[in-house]
Design a protein around this ligand. Structure first.
Ligand code: ZN
Length: 142
């Protein structure tokens, strides 16, 4: 990799990381919002699998490394300000991008001042072991 594409991205604006919106290729659902630093971006391009930067763990986060729910990258788009990426992926494994077992992190919808779960849970993340999850698991209301 010649790093030309990487050099265009404005990682400095927000202190070394940029937001990444990840969209499912098949359903067009927005799966998640995460962050990449330059190393994560370059690894993603090199391997074809989404690699983010975990701000809570302060390290590269290879999506699916614990759960097998990795993301195969179909397309990477850069926004007009060169500070946000759109990743279009195949959500692999059990098909859950969300660490609590939903396709998308955005499985709740505001309804009359309540956050209602409007998606079907795909998998019980307990199967990935007790230490699984990029942040402390907060049980969604069901
Ligand atoms: Zn989630």
């Amino acid at each position: 990799m010649k790093n030309q594409a990487s050099a265009v991205i404005d990682f400095d604006k927000a202190g070394g990381v940029i937001p990444v919106i990840t969209q499912d290729y098949a359903s067009h659902r927005v799966l998640m919002l995460a962050y990449m630093n330059r190393a994560a971006f370059e690894e993603t391009v090199r391997t074809g699998h989404a690699c983010y930067f975990s701000r809570s763990r302060n390290r590269l986060w290879r999506k699916g490394e614990e759960s097998g729910n990795f993301q195969r990258v179909r397309e990477i788009r850069l926004d007009c300000d060169e500070d946000t990426l759109l990743l279009i992926v195949d959500q692999c494994g059990d098909g859950a991008a969300c660490h609590v077992g939903y396709l998308s992190d955005f499985f709740r919808k505001l309804d009359d001042d309540e956050w209602k779960v409007v998606d079907q849970r795909i998998v019980d993340p307990a199967k990935y072991g007790p230490s699984y999850g990029h942040h402390p698991a907060k049980k969604p209301a069901e």
